[in-house]
Design a protein around this ligand. Structure first.
Ligand SMILES: NC(=O)c1ccc[n+]([C@@H]2O[C@H](COP(=O)([O-])OP(=O)(O)OC[C@H]3O[C@@H](n4cnc5c(N)ncnc54)[C@H](O)[C@@H]3O)[C@@H](O)[C@H]2O)c1
Length: 304
């Protein structure tokens, strides 16, 4: 069988567990040399261990693949530079970056501390910037390169108790689109992917009510390994026309998400006053308002 990432060097962040680990394993199966980055932290970002990254590397090597472990944080500019430098020093190049590392500090908004907000923004949004920015000069020199950034339907649609996470995940959408625009002329592509997978992250969703317990049973059917083929497809040269998009993967379903565009226009030759905004513009647009949906209101059917 042909290997679609043969000769490529792919950096996957947060690849010691969950979705990232499955992506690293699949990239290696497809012939890529993989930098398995993972800080080995708890879900809230505390602690740290070299174990998860090394275990993923051991698994790749046991299956005949090539990989190297990295245990630095994506959240700092300097360590992100070091992660990309390790790829280039070890394997001579870098062709793809999967920004997957993540943490959670869920709490209802009026109790969210500045630290809760900063900690999540720093890993997801700033981390994706740090890693992308570190790889960008190499991609420019090569005249090619692919970014895949993990976003979330929590951000794209909405969720309770995740102001920090939702802001970061929507920020990543803007980051990805802007990178796609800025780097198109250098042959560099940038896409977002919203995964659905039963990992420790999903296991933090409260399940102490009968409804929550039933939902958790459904969530347990979401396989992290199902995210990997589509992610790896985006990293291949065969996807060279695919950039600036937002995708989703949930078991055997693959989605293309819409992106915001104006859907109604109100115009008044004489301009607007506060009164006419209230009396004309808002009532005219009201039938097209979006409900206060959460992710699972939109994804209301069970995964297949
Ligand atoms: N699981 C889902 O259903 C789901 C849904 C939407 C989005 N996502 C996104 O997918 C990605 C992977 O999530 P997961 O469910 O596999 O989570 P996970 O907690 O299993 O894995 C995240 C990994 O990131 C690592 N990490 C955390 N901070 C880091 C840092 N500063 N530097 C390097 N590594 C760090 C952790 O050690 C951990 O191994 C995340 O970005 C998450 O937000 C997941």
């Amino acid at each position: 069988m042909s290997k679609l990432l043969e000769g490529k060097v792919i950096v996957v962040t947060g690849a010691g567990a969950g979705v990232g680990k499955e992506i690293a394993l699949e990239a290696a199966r497809q012939g890529a040399k993989v930098v398995v980055n993972d800080l080995g932290v708890n879900i809230d970002g505390s602690g740290g261990s070299a174990g998860p990254a090394q275990r993923a590397v051991d698994e790749i090597k046991a299956a005949g693949g090539e990989a190297v472990a990295n245990t630095e944080s994506v959240a700092e500019w300097k360590s992100a530079q070091a992660i990309i430098a390790q790829a280039v020093d070890t394997y001579g190049r870098v062709d793809g970056v999967v920004n997957n590392a993540g943490n959670l500090r869920d709490v209802i908004f009026h109790r969210m501390t500045e630290e809760d907000f900063d900690a999540v923004i720093k890993v997801h949004l700033k981390g994706s910037f740090n890693m992308s920015r570190a790889a960008a000069p190499h991609f420019k020199t090569e005249g090619a390169g692919a970014f895949v950034h993990m976003t979330s339907t929590s951000g794209l649609i909405g969720n309770f108790g995740q102001v920090n996470y939702c802001a970061a995940k929507m920020g990543i959408v803007g980051l990805s689109k802007s990178i796609a625009l800025d780097m198109e002329k250098f042959g560099v592509r940038s896409n977002c992917l919203a995964p659905f997978a039963f990992t420790r992250m999903v296991n933090t969703i409260p399940s102490d009510t009968p409804e929550g317990a039933a939902r958790m049973k459904v969530n347990q059917r979401l396989e992290a390994a199902k995210i990997a083929p589509f992610t790896c497809a985006l990293l291949t040269d065969a996807a060279k026309t695919v950039t600036g998009q937002i995708f989703g993967v949930r078991n055997n379903e693959i989605y293309l998400f819409s992106q915001p565009r104006p859907i109604r226009t109100a115009h008044r030759g004489e301009g607007w006053t506060v009164e006419t905004c209230l009396e004309v513009a808002l009532p005219m647009m009201q039938p097209s308002f979006f409900p206060l949906d959460k992710s699972r209101d939109v994804f209301s059917w069970d995964p297949v």
